[in-house]
Design a protein around this ligand. Structure first.
Ligand SMILES: NC(=O)c1ccc[n+]([C@@H]2O[C@H](COP(=O)([O-])OP(=O)(O)OC[C@H]3O[C@@H](n4cnc5c(N)ncnc54)[C@H](OP(=O)(O)O)[C@@H]3O)[C@@H](O)[C@H]2O)c1
Length: 349
């Protein structure tokens, strides 16, 4: 098969090369063989190829984690007393496991989900991490309610754009922050009610003004929920209402904040963390509930794919450029590489 196989750590994504003769994984007793059509990119892929990520497989390994494709072979054996395979050959699935920058990958049943009806592989390849992070955070951790105001930081990013849609679907008003005009336009297109440029240091004042103008009661002081994948909790405490919940989702800005806890007390607010990846380990029962909630929103037309479309990335050769664009903060939504260009009807294998 073809794959981006890392045999030694590289300085940056443009040093990555496609190998033509990587052995295709053999159908497995316990895992599904997937033919990959699209692969999602993640910031941690950039760290991993440089040897700077917390999870570094022994060299050589294949880069990439998120994918969507078709089942090429089902597990040949089932555990004793186990049920039949959930997916059949030809089924359209998406998921995440090491080795998505390839034409084929092996994946366990618990790392796969069915591509929603009507969805492209491209959109599905960006769903596995972003959507449940936003849904799990807003619905299960921050218990968002209809009528509340939600401030979504980096709203045009992968987890941000998902959060905008989910907050809207739950009946909230969304204030979205983003660093460029194009990104703020995207946040609006996905449902944000108000947009704010958070590169302007006065942005908390702008959020407060919006709340004072459009809200009543305690809400005049600020928003009810802050969804923060960037590391902006300290500044966000300036524009929250009584009983607000501030969700710590990530540190895209690169710094882990220290927060003055007296503000948490004085404003009667909650700081809430979310580590979606660990739900499969510590709270398995919630994983299915979250996905059912997402698939219900998809069926109701309230949640759509967020694949970046300003530039297209076709074929494994485009992975370096896709990762470069992601790392350069040039993109919005989810940067996805079409390993096979389904629209052109031609295989890039
Ligand atoms: N807690 C969890 O379970 C969980 C799950 C998934 C992801 N995450 C974390 O959430 C964060 C965002 O993930 P994502 O997939 O949405 O990433 P993404 O698509 O790359 O978006 C990140 C956004 O952060 C903003 N940003 C602010 N400062 C930045 C900087 N110095 N460098 C790069 N971007 C910066 C950018 O928006 P502007 O240009 O508009 O500022 C960018 O669009 C990451 O830290 C990720 O690790 C956490």
């Amino acid at each position: 098969m073809r794959a981006i196989q890392v045999t030694e750590y590289v300085k940056g994504p443009l040093d990555l090369k496609v190998s033509d003769n990587v052995p295709t994984p053999r159908p497995s007793a316990t895992q599904y063989l997937i033919e990959i059509h699209s692969a999602g990119t993640n910031f941690f892929d950039l760290l991993q190829i440089q040897g700077k990520y917390q999870h570094q497989p022994a060299l050589p390994w294949i880069g990439g984690a998120e994918f969507a494709g078709t089942v090429a072979a089902v597990p040949s054996s089932r555990p004793q007393g186990g049920s039949n395979p959930k997916y059949q050959v030809g089924d359209r699935v998406f998921g995440a496991t090491q080795g998505a920058y390839a034409t084929h990958v092996l994946a366990g049943e618990d790392t796969l989900l069915r591509v929603p009806a009507g969805w492209s592989f491209e959109d599905a390849a960006g769903l596995f991490v972003t959507a449940p992070t936003a849904y799990g955070g807003l619905v299960h951790r921050a218990t968002v309610r209809s009528g509340e105001w939600v401030l979504v930081h980096a709203a045009a990013g992968g987890v941000g754009l998902s959060a905008v849609q989910i907050a809207k679907a739950m009946g909230a008003t969304v204030v979205a922050t983003a660093g460029t005009e194009r990104k703020r336009q995207i946040a609006r297109e996905f449902g944000a009610d108000y947009v704010v440029d958070y590169r302007d240091a006065a942005w908390p004042g702008e959020v407060k003004t919006l709340c004072a103008r459009h809200r009543t009661g305690d809400g005049r002081a600020g928003v009810d929920i802050v969804y923060d994948p960037v590391g902006m909790i300290e500044a966000s405490l300036k524009c929250v209402a009584w009983n607000a919940r501030l969700l710590v989702v990530g540190f895209a800005a690169g710094t882990i904040e220290k927060v003055a806890l007296n503000r948490v007390l004085l404003k009667n607010v909650s700081l809430v963390g979310l580590h979606w990846g660990q739900y499969a380990r510590f709270e398995k029962e919630t994983v299915g509930v979250v996905w059912q909630g997402i698939f219900d929103l998809v069926a109701q037309g309230k949640f759509r794919g967020i694949a970046f479309t300003d530039e297209s990335f076709v074929g494994l050769e485009s992975v370096p450029r896709a990762l470069q664009a992601l790392g350069g903060r040039e993109t919005w939504g989810k940067v996805v590489v079409k390993v096979i260009d389904d629209h052109a009807g031609q295989s890039k294998l």
